[in-house]
Structure formats: structure tokens, C-alpha cells
Write a protein that binds this ligand. Structure first.
Ligand code: 7TS
Length: 384
């Protein structure tokens, strides 16, 4: 089996699964709730995981690291809580044409509740953001920018640092969707100077059900909690409740403390290999794949041609072969790719297509697997 659906989710290293099994068998107890030995051990693991995430993102403080269920929940949290605190009817959020549904629909829910407006930065036919007239997208109603770091369809690496600088010149904070960037290259939230950053554990060799919202302390202090419940409070009476300190204000209820251990182990795994090594290896592999795939007659690859702007995701279409047929037949040959709109329907409309086939790589993929993909595509082409 050749697994090339890593943008959807990655396979897990032994260390990650073993750390979680070990916690269930040997340390399991609810966190932050007991004076007893096991609860303290579990709490130490949970808070240790938070510090591992802090180091991985180079955040200033663990107060800025909120555990969530994933990128989707992190974006919904910001849309909902930032929206409630800082956006009124007619205020604007600026997104892009290449967003994943999670960074579109979250804002549409806010639109339905509070009458905000969604403005959309356009892209070129090659899938790059058009920034020439970005200034015209800012006005006094612009309250937040919410953009993807890397497109899960086109592989485009967006110049988020530049966009953040421009937004800040207008006094506007920026949320970066890092679901597709964190697994592939170094992210430094202080260097980017983003105000919020979201990513998912399962896309970076960690378990499902856990993700992160990084937020600058000044913003997290100023926005209200997302959900109410245990752990997010200081005191509760029927008349009035006071909220807990950061980051616990945003962590209502029993968290997935076993998954956070798995995530920390996955980040340690990535760091032990070296994220810069991973980036270099995957870049070479993606370049090789693009070259080999372009040898196939009728091949169209979406996204930037320049490999420095193209992450480890290749969306393609071969002649008139429907992407679903291609994906199904590749699967018969033991090759797993994703087909369809990739949760980015507005992007499909922009490109004038219904969907694509998508091969996405991780650090464990090889040139031999790329060769198998190319041979598989050629075989499918012959069948047609
Ligand atoms: N943002 C981007 C850019 C994504 O690629 C995804 C998931 C999400 C947000 C949502 O992440 P989740 O972990 O909360 O679901 N993208 C994909 C994909 O490309 N194929 O399957 C899921």
C-alpha cells in the first residue's frame, strides 16, 4: 500500500501510540482535579505537553497555548469569541479564496448571528494570492484577517508574515490556519507575529481529537470563554461566576489529556528528526513527483509552479478522466489518494472544476512510492 493522503491525516509512529497506551494503563486519572498521586502525574504530563507545544511554536508562554479538538475547533473558537467581543453588524473579516470550509463556515455562522461581512482575497489561476491591491480590502470595518498558511488543495505557501505586517499597519489582528504548515516546515509564532494560530495533532503524526489554538495573551485575555463548565472557572454562584486564568478559561470540561501526551510525543518525534530536514526531504520528493507526473500526457497540476511556493501537496487532473474514477482505480492498485473538493468548494468554483485527485506527502514517503503513483496513473490512463 502506498499512502499518499497525508494532508487528510498522517500515520502514527510507535512512540506516539505507546505513550498513549502507557498513560491509559499506568497513569490514568483526571487532570487538575485531585491531590492524589495519579492525578498529579497525569497533570504533569498534560502541562508538560503544553510546554512541548509552546517550544514547538516558539510561543512566549504556556498561557498562550489552548488545547482544542483540532484546527476546526480552534477557528470556531476565535470566530465565535472574538466575534462576540469585537464585531458588530457590518464589521468585516478578511479571508481568501483558497480557504478550507472550516475557515469559511465558522465566519458564516457569525454572519448569521451578528450580521458581519465576509470579504475574500482573490487568487491567480496558478493559485497564488493576489496581494497587489490588498490595501483596498482594509477599512475601518475590518476587524480580523483569517487566512490559511498553506492551501490543502493547491499546496500554495502563503506569505503570511507579509500579510500580518500589512494587517497590523491597519491595527487588525490575524488568525493563521496552520493545519497544513506545521507538519512540513518550521513555524515560529513570535517571528510571524500572528495573533492566533491553529493546528491539528493528527496531521503531524499525533492522535486525532487534539489540536491547538495559540493566541497572544493580550487577545486571549480580552475575548470571552468559548464553552462553560468545569475547569474554566474560578468561582461559581447562581448570581455570578468568575473565570479561570489562561489558558484554562478556554478548556471547559475534562480535556483529552491522553491525546495531548500523544501530541507532545509526536512533536518530540518531529523535532528529533529535525523539522528543517523534513522540509528539505519533502521538498525534494515533491519536486521529483511534479517532474515525473508532468511526463504523463494530459497531466494538469494545480497550484504554483515554483517549488519554493509549493508545499507537499499535489492536486492533479489527467485529461478527461474523472477524479473519482482515477482515485478509485488507483486504490485498486494499492495507492491511496484523496479525490473530490477537499473541503474547499469555493476554491473549486474559482478554478471552474468539481474536484481533483490529490497526492500529499509525509516524511516517510519515498521516491519509489512516487514512481508507483506515476505508474498507477499511466495504467489508469491506458484503461481509459
Ligand atoms: N484547515 C486546513 C487548511 C485543512 O487542510 C484542514 C483539514 C482543516 C483546516 C481542518 O482540520 P481538522 O483537523 O480540524 O479537520 N484538511 C483536510 C484535508 O485536506 N483532507 O481531509 C482533511
Amino acid at each position: 500500500m502506498v499512502y499518499l493522503d497525508n494532508a487528510a491525516t498522517t500515520q502514527k509512529p510507535h512512540q506516539v501510540v505507546e505513550a498513549m497506551t502507557d498513560e491509559y494503563f499506568n497513569v490514568n486519572a483526571n487532570v487538575h482535579r485531585g491531590v492524589h498521586f495519579l492525578s498529579q502525574q497525569a497533570t504533569d504530563l498534560y502541562e508538560g505537553a503544553r510546554d512541548t507545544v509552546r517550544r514547538f511554536l516558539n510561543a512566549r508562554s504556556t498561557r498562550e497555548i489552548v488545547f482544542t479538538r483540532g484546527t476546526t475547533e480552534s477557528i470556531n473558537l476565535v470566530a465565535s469569541c472574538f466575534g462576540q467581543a469585537f464585531m458588530k453588524e457590518g464589521d468585516e473579516v478578511l479571508i481568501t479564496e483558497m480557504e478550507h470550509h472550516s475557515n469559511i463556515v465558522s465566519w458564516q455562522l457569525l454572519q448569521a448571528r451578528q450580521g458581519i461581512k465576509i470579504r475574500v482575497l482573490p487568487i491567480t489561476d496558478d493559485g497564488e494570492l493576489i496581494l497587489d491591491n490588498i490595501e483596498t480590502f482594509f477599512n475601518e470595518r475590518t476587524k480580523i484577517v483569517s487566512i490559511t498558511h498553506v492551501s490543502n488543495v493547491l499546496g500554495t505557501v502563503n506569505p503570511v508574515k507579509k500579510i500580518i505586517r500589512i494587517a497590523h499597519e491597519h491595527g487588525v489582528p490575524v488568525l493563521v490556519d496552520g493545519a497544513q504548515s506545521t507538519p512540513h516546515f518550521r513555524v515560529d509564532v513570535q517571528d510571524l507575529d500572528c495573533d492566533f494560530f491553529a493546528f491539528s495533532g493528527h496531521k503531524i503524526y499525533g492522535p486525532t481529537g487534539i489540536g491547538v489554538l495559540y493566541g497572544k495573551e493580550e487577545w486571549l485575555e480580552r475575548i470571552p470563554p468559548y464553552m462553560g463548565g468545569g475547569e474554566m472557572i474560578k468561582t461559581v454562584s447562581f448570581e455570578q461566576t468568575t473565570f479561570n486564568d489562561l489558558p484554562y478559561k478556554f478548556e471547559a470540561g475534562t480535556p483529552d489529556y491522553v491525546a495531548s501526551t500523544g501530541l507532545a510525543r509526536a512533536l518530540d518525534y518531529v523535532s528529533s528528526i529535525g523539522i528543517d530536514c523534513i522540509e528539505a526531504y519533502e521538498k525534494e520528493l515533491t519536486e521529483y513527483a511534479m517532474q515525473r507526473m508532468m511526463e504523463i500526457p494530459g497531466m494538469k497540476i494545480y497550484g504554483p509552479k515554483d517549488i519554493d511556493k509549493h508545499d507537499a501537496v499535489i492536486s492533479f487532473q489527467v485529461g478527461a478522466i474523472h477524479h473519482l474514477d482515477m482515485g478509485t482505480l488507483l486504490d485498486r492498485l494499492g495507492i491511496a489518494v484523496r479525490t473530490g473538493h477537499h473541503c474547499a468548494e469555493p476554491l473549486m468554483h474559482r478554478l471552474g472544476i468539481e474536484g481533483t485527485c490529490r497526492a500529499s506527502f509525509a516524511l516517510y514517503n519515498t521516491r519509489e512510492e512516487v514512481d508507483a503513483l506515476v505508474a498507477g496513473i499511466q495504467r489508469v490512463q491506458q484503461m481509459f
